[in-house]
Ligand binder design. Structure first.
Ligand code: UD1
Ligand code: UDP
Length: 369
């Protein structure tokens, strides 16, 4: 897919569902200032409900370039996205390539840019889980060290970058995930019908997709037992990676036949926002959802079903607890989290919803130097 290219544009590259959500406020800020940009979807996620649905709901333009990369090995996925993005960067010569987060597509696109001497702007720089089992941790560290502009969401992420002596310039901006909630929740509440589709009025909203969790059959089995035995019903939006693993491990039937669990396909952003707003608590290994839980418009306890988090700000502010992956610890944490309702702070450690604007303002200032 190709459109008209103006010279000297920014290039905004996305590839997975969270990148679309978190880049949308930046695209909007570029449009508000009439700054020309090229929008690229590198195709790491390709199902409608993991990609195009988000582009439509977040009112983003059709990608100037869009790919589909259906490969299952991380190396091949990274290599193929590198080759595809290199081609469009070479052809269009953007003045800066903007990437967001920690996926294989982000690493690939940033590498493609830096090898063509095009500066990289890394949105959500400086997060560290210190858990090197995670592909996201490798990707983040590598991208931070080849970026010219590092948009750190918090002071803590700035400290991580300083400690590692990155050569790019660090700017603390807040996280655009909060901007996205503020910009889209009112429309989500008008348009979503998800509440009428749920079997339960009071529920825990669950997601789980991290490779180190769902690709491990023991952890996956623990999750299935935890959700079926949870002290309140579970509404579970199942990521395609996890659906595949549940079927491979023959756990799908146990989960789908449980009277305590409602399984749903990956939800669109509007439905997910409304489900978050109406749940009692969140149980997740997602990164973005840990941040979204802290938004004043959502304000929910979030139990992180992992061994670590790269979002310590959510823990320090009292929203998140890292509860591990063992059934007993997760079930006990759910009981405790139910007591937190209404007692959480009214401000988010991830900013005031103006991160997208700040990032674009910084970019234009830096470019005019
Ligand atoms: C990726 C990111 C992860 C991010 C997540 C957001 C990496 C290493 N991981 O994980 O950091 O949190 O996206 O959701 O980059 N699949 C489909 N349809 C799709 C997309 C994926 O069926 O549209 C299935 C395929 O079987 C694929 C598997 O999910 O092999 C994993 O997809 P992949 O993009 O490699 O990783 P995610 O688990 O989505
Ligand atoms: N999300 C969604 N539908 C879902 C699950 C998540 O719209 O069924 C949104 C969620 O609101 C957040 C983003 O997707 O904005 C998080 O993506 P994910 O958990 O896949 O990735 P991570 O943040 O862990 O990288």
């Amino acid at each position: 897919m190709e459109g008209t290219i103006l010279p000297n544009e920014y290039m905004v590259i996305v590839g997975t569902r969270p990148e679309i959500v978190k880049m949308a406020p930046i695209v909007r800020a570029l449009e508000e200032r009439s700054l020309p940009y090229i929008f690229v979807h590198c195709g790491q996620h390709y199902d409608y409900n993991m990609s195009q649905q988000f582009i439509e709901e977040l009112e983003l333009p059709a990608p100037t370039y869009g790919f589909k990369v259906r490969v299952y090995s991380p190396g091949l996925q990274t290599g193929r996205i590198l080759a595809l993005t290199e081609r469009v960067i070479k052809k269009t010569r953007p003045k800066t390539v903007l990437v967001e987060g920690d996926t294989n597509g982000v690493l690939a696109a940033a590498l493609a840019a830096v090898k063509l001497n095009v500066p990289v702007g890394h949105v959500e720089a400086g997060l560290r889980s210190f858990d090197l089992r995670m592909p996201e941790e490798h990707n983040r560290r590598l991208v931070d060290h080849i970026s010219t502009h590092l948009f750190a969401p918090t002071e803590n992420s700035r400290k991580n970058l300083k400690r590692e002596s990155v050569w790019g310039k660090i700017h603390v901006t807040g996280n655009t995930v909060i901007d996205a909630i503020i910009q889209h929740l009112p429309m989500a509440e008008r348009k979503s019908n998800i509440i009428n589709e749920l079997r339960f009025k009071h529920f825990a909203l669950v997601t789980a997709h991290r490779a180190e969790n769902v690709d491990d059959p023991v952890v996956l089995q623990n999750f299935v037992e935890t959700f079926t035995e949870a002290p309140l019903p579970v509404v579970y939006s199942v990521h395609p990676r996890t659906r595949k693993r549940l079927r491979q491990q023959r756990l799908w039937r146990k989960l789908s036949s449980s009277s305590n669990v409602q399984l749903l396909p990956p939800l669109g952003y509007f439905d997910f926002l409304v489900a978050m707003k109406n749940c009692e608590l969140l149980l997740t290994d997602s990164g973005g959802i840990q941040e979204e839980a802290t938004a004043p418009q959502i304000r929910k306890p979030v139990l992180v079903i992992r061994l670590s988090t790269e979002r310590p700000e959510a823990v320090e502010a009292g929203f998140a607890s890292v509860v591990g992956v063992q059934k007993e610890s997760v079930l006990a944490a759910m009981e405790n989290a139910l007591k937190l309702k209404g007692k959480l702070p009214r401000t988010s450690p991830y900013g005031d919803g103006k991160a997208g604007k700040k990032i674009v303002e910084i970019l234009t200032k830096e470019d005019s130097r």
